[in-house]
Design a protein around this ligand. Structure first.
Ligand code: A2P
Length: 327
């Protein structure tokens, strides 16, 4: 297995909302061979990396394809990922991509660490180029909670309403919130429409089905952006095949990796926290076998950068990334 020092890492989108958290997590974990890449707009500047700084380099096709990177974290948006990821693969890097460009492709694992790591079993060695997709932030926190409930009692139906923070839109969203008094803000309509649904609602269903390997799971969502800087909240109504009491649900969630039970989780509590917070678990009086759960998560950490780093750690543990193949 490679050590953290050996692995040559590129963070693409290093100056963005997710990229800066990715750099912080890599510095905390002792990775030392890290390059910060962004657009030509930020190239030439410097960016914090733990107690140090890194130069910001322009992301070019040549740089990515040169074979100098073992692992690339992409947090750049869908169109830019589509354009740049193939060059990183040509350079034989393993790619962990945060955009929705590859998430639903059959041959690309869509992984929530601690939920479906087994999907990485199909991953090829980095030397042949490998993409692992990092899910949508809302699908990620939902899957962390649904998986243990499904394993315990079998899910039959899931309905949810989301209250998503502005940092989910990246730096642009955070700037918008800083510049807008919440009472004046018209913050909800920032997703495309797919038929009658927001793309975010459609993604939540499609990605959750893939992550949990439940292709027919009944799931509907209403997604709303709220004037909160960091931390997505969800009210989730689940129905199950077998009886699932609130105490049994609490036990299942307590035993789940990356989930922490709280009385009343809030975005303020979740921001900067590594776990998905779940609370207010109670019977749903409107369903025969149903529960209501309140779920809050730091969308930039487990919802994005932390999960990407955990995917990398899982690949490293499986010897799928590293310096072994370097000629
Ligand atoms: P830059 O700061 O140079 O524009 P966010 O999602 O927070 O808006 O961040 C988007 C990130 O993606 C930023 O780091 C941004 O860099 C980067 N980015 C945008 N377009 C490109 C591109 N064509 N090549 C490389 N990085 C890009």
């Amino acid at each position: 297995m490679s050590s953290t020092e050996d692995i040559r890492i590129g963070v693409i989108g290093a100056t963005g909302a997710v990229g800066t958290v990715t750099l912080a997590l890599l510095a905390e974990r002792g990775y030392t061979s890290v390059r910060a890449l962004a657009s030509s707009r930020s190239a030439g500047g410097r960016i914090s990396f733990g107690a140090d700084e890194l130069p910001v380099e322009e992301t070019t096709a040549e740089l990515l394809a040169a074979g100098d990177l073992d692992l690339c974290f992409f947090s750049v948006g869908t169109d830019t990922s589509r354009k740049l990821v193939p060059h990183a693969l040509a350079g034989a890097a393993a790619v962990i991509d945060k955009s929705d460009a590859y998430r639903l492709a059959d041959d690309v694992p869509l992984v929530v660490a601690g939920v479906n790591d087994e999907a990485l079993a199909g991953a090829q060695a980095a030397s042949s180029g490998q993409i692992v997709a990092n899910p949508n932030c809302s699908a990620m926190q939902l899957a962390c909670v649904l998986k243990p409930l499904h394993d315990t009692a079998g899910l039959t139906r899931v309905r949810l309403a989301t209250y998503q923070s502005m940092s989910g839109k990246g730096d642009e969203g955070m700037e918008q919130l800083r510049a807008t008094a919440p009472a004046e803000g018209d913050l909800a309509l920032d997703w495309d429409l797919i038929d009658d649904e927001f793309s975010e609602e459609w993604k939540l269903r499609a990605e959750t089905r893939k992550i949990l390997d439940l292709p027919a799971l009944l799931l509907s969502a209403t997604c709303v952006r709220v004037p909160v800087m960091v931390g997505h909240a969800q009210a989730v109504w689940v129905e199950t095949e077998a009886e699932l009491s609130p105490p049994a649900a609490r036990r299942a969630l307590e035993a789940a990796p990356h989930v922490q039970l709280e009385g009343f989780p809030t975005p303020g509590r979740a921001a900067g926290h590594d776990c998905v917070l779940a609370g207010r678990i109670r019977r749903d009086p409107a369903a025969e076998r149903g529960l209501v759960i309140w779920v809050v998560n730091d969308n930039l950490r487990k919802g994005a950068a932390l999960n990407a780093v955990q995917i990398a750690e899982a690949l490293i543990a499986r010897n799928l990334i590293g310096a072994a193949d370097r000629g």
